[in-house]
Every structure is written in C-alpha cells, then in structure tokens.
Design a protein. Structure first.
Length: 420
C-alpha cells in the first residue's frame, strides 16, 4: 500500500494547481477530544478547506495526514489497520487526521468511534451525507462530535468586496450578480461557467449519493421524481400533492415511496425543506412545506431564463442557511401563513423572532398591500425585531403603521456581512 504521507503530499500538490477563492467559513470548532465534521454536497469545497488547513499545520511542523476515502485502498482498511498504518508514519505523539468523504468507509460510525476512543488522534472528517450533521449523527458518536454544514460559495465570497461606493463598482457588481443567479456557487462551475460541470455534479449526486447509497430499484421512476421535484423550488408541497402531480405525469408511486425519494434527496444535500411557523407540532406536520435547492446552477440548468422571482427567493434562503450554519446554529427558519397573509421567512432564536424576510421581484402599487402591509401585520403579530423586504433592485425605508420596513436590493442583502 502507498504510504499515508505520500497520499497526503500528492493531494497537497494538486492544491497548488487549483485556483483559490477565499472562503469566509472555517473548519468546525471543537476540542481535540471532539470529532469535527464538515458536511455538504459534493464538490462544494470541503476538500479544499481541509487541504489548506493540512498545509498550514505541516508548515508549523505538526503531525498531520489527509486521507480521502474515495481511494479504494483506504476503504479496505479496518480502523485498527488504519491506526497501525498511521503509527508507521508517526510512531509517537498525537496525530491530526483529516478523513475526507468518510461515508465511503463501510461502518464508518463504528470505526470513527474506535479511532476517537483510543485517544491517539485529533480527528476532522468530511462527508456528503447529512448523517454527519449533529441532528442526525448515529448514536455511537453522540457526545463525541460537532458538525458544520458547508454550502456553495456565497455572493460575498465570489465578489470579494464590501458594499460598492461608485456607479462603476455597482454596475460591475450587478453583472456579477446576474452570473451568480445563473451559475450559482459551486467553485468548479463558477470558475469555468460550464454547463457540463453542472450536469456532472448533478449526475454524481444522482448516482453516487442517492442510487448507490439507497439502492432504489426503479431508477427510471426515481429519475422522473428527481427532475420534477427540482422544478418545485420555492414552491409549496405535500406528499399527497406530489403523488397526484406525478400520477398526472404517468408516475404511479405511492406516498411512502415518494417520501423515501425526497428524504434521499435531502440527505444528499440536493434540496432543503422549510416548515411552517407554528407553536403546534400537529400544524407543522400537517401543513405544506417549501422546497429550496442547494444551488441555483441546478435551477438554471433545467429552467433557463424563467422564474427570476423564485431564484431570488432561493438565494435569500441559502444566505439565511449560511447564517445559521456559519454564525449562529441556534437560528430556526420557517415560513409564515395563516390564510390571511404569508411571509417567506421567519428567522428566530427560541421564542424571539429576530427578523421577517419577504421576497418579491419588484415593489409596485399592485402588490404594496400584500408585500409591505402584510409584512407589517405579521411583524406585529409575532413581535418581530426587524422587517426586511428583498427586491431585485429597489432600496428605501418605509415607515408605516408604527413599523419600519427596510427594502433592500438582492445584492445588498447578500453582502450585508452575515458570515463570520
């Protein structure tokens, strides 16, 4: 078997040939006694973050190894065999391990627990499965683990700028935003502006993260569901409404099967489900949910030039998710609907509603009552601390009925410094 240090150095060599887009997200923070996990879709930059940290630690003279489990030889090893190989490289002292795509290692949770419990290693892992999230981590690792969701590049990371101050800067930023809405934030896609790259990522998620992992027997049926569900981003759904719609397309899947399909797509970080805001668990369970994609490149691939309003809404959702993952994991996100009014996003911590965020392509006299007055009514009802209306271009402050609504253009919302 090739030496573990040699594997590490080979991948570090590849890092030097990669164009870097600086990230505003760090590795998960925890003690040396915690397993630190980065999770998110494939090709989102988790490996790059790991390798950059490995390089920094090696330059400081620390004992460190990067081990990618898409390497067949590594996947064959038991935990004890891997530990023995590590000790061949570093006979003494604590070693920092970066274990990439850990879900490819059979019985990875049991093996990780053994590596953790022997106390020889400071462990970082990455994976393309939400089974590594704190909320879903297997019971064998509870109390031994912290995790962070890594999303595609934000607009702030891509622009590399603070708020523009001149018309030239603003015009350039708007062109960059147009490209971002079309191409999204997967690093490879952004750097190449390649439709083929988008297809490659989507097909990898389809086959490796879903078909192979969940062993769906009817691949043709799942493919029909897969593409139809992608088209629903920004929209409401229930499993029964999905069943009826799919039946109209000739897909005769039962509700349980459809639930399994969507669950697999969510576990692979292809999409997210947003629940309704309610104090009643029964209401939350029975009410429709909203669907959002992990990146706008997928929307642009299948629905080019359409539904700009839904794309803006999806981008706002992803920015709120970055805030939750990178800055404040206590944030809870939901939408509001009471039959009289709707708000796209309720941002809260515990019982405190920090912000209501409404999204519309433009504000005009025909939608003022729905977008502004409706937002104010819900804001009063929930005691919201802040009311924000995101549009494509408009910027102003509206004061009405004792409340203030900040109307902000999308580019400004995406640059307002949420990450840390």
């Amino acid at each position: 078997m090739i030496g573990l240090r040699e594997i590490t150095l080979e991948y570090l060599g590849a890092l030097e040939k990669t164009e870097e887009i600086p990230r505003e997200v760090d590795l998960p923070r925890g003690s040396n006694m915690d397993i630190k996990a980065m999770v998110g879709p494939r090709r989102v930059g988790k490996t790059f973050l790991m390798l950059r940290t490995v390089k920094d630690l090696m330059e400081k003279g620390e004992r460190v190894l990067y081990l990618p489990f898409d390497e067949p030889e590594l996947r064959k090893l038991s935990a004890r065999q891997l530990a023995e190989e590590i000790r061949r490289e570093f006979p003494e002292g604590r070693v920092t391990l970066f274990l990439d795509e850990i879900q490819e290692w059979d019985e990875w949770d049991t093996k990780l627990r053994w590596l953790h419990d022997i106390g020889d290693f400071n462990i970082y892992v990455s994976g393309s499965s939400s089974a590594l999230l704190s909320s879903e981590i297997p019971s064998k690792l509870r109390g031994r683990h912290v995790s962070k969701l890594i999303l595609p590049l934000s607009f702030r990371e891509i622009s590399g700028k603070e708020q523009p101050t001149t018309f030239r800067e603003r015009g350039k930023l708007r062109k960059l935003l147009d490209d971002y809405i079309k191409w999204g934030g997967f690093p490879e896609v952004w750097l190449t502006k390649s439709r083929e790259k988008v297809i490659s990522i989507l097909e990898t998620i389809f086959y490796r993260d879903i078909i192979e992992r969940f062993a769906f027997r009817d691949v043709k049926e799942f493919r029909e569901v897969f593409y139809y569900v992608l088209s629903l981003y920004g929209g409401y759904f229930t499993y029964r409404s999905l069943q009826r719609a799919l039946k109209g397309l000739g897909v005769e899947a039962n509700v349980k099967t459809i639930m399994n399909y969507l669950h697999a797509m969510e576990l692979s970080f292809l999409l997210f489900e947003l629940p309704i805001f309610s104090t009643s668990t029964k209401t939350i369970m029975r009410s429709p949910r909203k669907l959002y994609l992990v990146d706008m490149a997928f929307a642009s691939l299948f629905f080019r030039g359409q539904d700009t309003g839904r794309k803006i809404e999806n981008l706002v959702f992803l920015e709120l998710m970055r805030e939750k993952s990178y800055r404040n994991p206590l944030l809870e996100l939901s939408y509001y609907s009471d039959g009289k009014g709707e708000v796209d996003f309720v941002v809260r911590v515990g019982n405190i509603v920090r912000e209501l965020v409404q999204v519309t392509y433009e504000l005009n006299p025909s939608n003022y009552e729905r977008e502004v007055l409706g937002l104010i009514k819900v804001g009063k009802r929930l005691g919201a601390e802040k009311l924000t209306l995101v549009t494509m271009d408009e910027e102003k402050t509206i004061r009405e009925r004792g409340k203030t609504v900040e109307v902000v253009p999308l580019w400004k919302f995406l640059l307002r410094g949420r990450q840390s």
